[in-house]
Design a protein around this ligand. Structure first.
Ligand code: FES
Length: 132
């Protein structure tokens, strides 16, 4: 059994996702908060897909679609790696239930800090693939 299966913590009906966004590499970053209905078994990639489909902040402001990277959805390629609640993790394997165990009703997402930001959570990882 995993941690979320063993959890006896009651779940909120909704939770917030705080995302550090950036419109362009030369522009300053800013925070947007989104509010999603809670469902058991969500992972962070699914959360990002839902926000991208309906980019409306918790305050009801319609905003630009969210940019992020995703590939294999199997915790192999690393393209979905980001800072999730301050830890480097892969969004496709980060379970909302487990994250809410730690922070209760909010999740914080930031782009990886060792790479330059292209936009929002999408970073330039080209240097990983350059020939030595
Ligand atoms: S999409 Fe490949 S590791 Fe998450």
């Amino acid at each position: 059994m995993n941690k979320s299966t063993l959890s006896t913590v009651s779940r909120p009906t909704a939770f917030e996702v705080q995302i550090l966004r950036q419109d362009h590499p030369s522009r300053p970053s800013y925070w947007h908060t989104f509010r999603l209905d809670y469902e058991p078994g969500l992972n962070v990639t699914t959360v990002l897909q839902r926000i991208a489909m309906n980019p409306t902040t918790a305050e009801g402001e319609r905003t630009t679609p969210l940019a992020y990277d995703v590939g294999c959805l199997e915790e192999v390629c690393g393209s979905c790696t980001m800072l999730i609640d301050g830890c480097v993790r892969q969004a496709c394997s980060a379970l909302v239930d487990s994250l809410l165990d730690d922070r209760h009703d909010a999740i914080e997402l930031r782009p990886m800090s060792k790479f330059s930001v292209v936009r929002d959570l999408f970073v330039d990882r080209h240097r990983l693939f350059r020939a030595l």
